[in-house]
Design a protein around this ligand. Sequence first.
Ligand code: ADP
Ligand code: MG
Length: 244
Amino acid sequence: MAILEVSNVIKQYKQYDEIVTAVNRVSLKVEDGEFIAIMGPSGSGKSTLLHICAGLDRPNSGSVRIRGNDLTDMSPDELSRFRGIYVGFIFQKHNLIPQFTALENILIPTVMCNKPDFSYEEHLKKLISALDIGDRLHHLPSELSGGQQQRVAIARALINRPQVLFADEPTGNLDRENADEVLRLLLYTKELIGQTLIMVTHDMSVAEHADKIYKMEAGNLYLFRDEHGYRRNSYEEEAERAKW
Ligand code: ADP
Ligand code: MG
């Protein structure tokens, strides 16, 4: 069974008198353990799509299934519980809680959602060592560098061992060196935990590590580079090919 199955998702916003279609009938199937990159210009709907896939936002129509569970059928309580168990999310700007130490931030998901039959202590040790944040755990986010903040945010996103990790431009706020390090750590923790990774990025050198690269153009999603390296140059070209 696919880990993520998005079908015919539409999301529209009303801006003054105009209706903006941020996501236009998007369908997408992601298999277990895949690394998917999503690229595309600013305003093309990448964040909106990612939030909908992760259950942080709801579509106007269409469905989103994670492991066969339709997120659009769930009540807000069911959805947040489901997210806590199955989903991790990393934002462009770490979104750590400023009054909490690094360790407290990492542990928030374990308090919010007590995942049954899962003791996180061993896993926490592994993450701390993999992400090299052992000496920063009792510091506040403001006392950490940008790269360290993002590494703490990765640990928080992975502490419940989610089956799918979404990342919205996780290296977008970092310089080249820190961006490379965060990418390396995401790939390393992906090996460690084996989760599926769906990442929005502007950076081709980051996207090149993915199994498949999708692009978004004005709310439309198309496969830009498949797992065999075959490329399409536009949404129209992909739609044309899909007819065959
Ligand atoms: P991207 O992440 O590719 O830059 P977004 O998903 O953030 O794009 O935005 C897609 C479109 O939807 C843009 O036109 C944006 O202005 C609009 N949009 C996004 N969020 C909202 C919102 N909460 N209210 C109104 N319009 C929004
Ligand atoms: Mg965005």
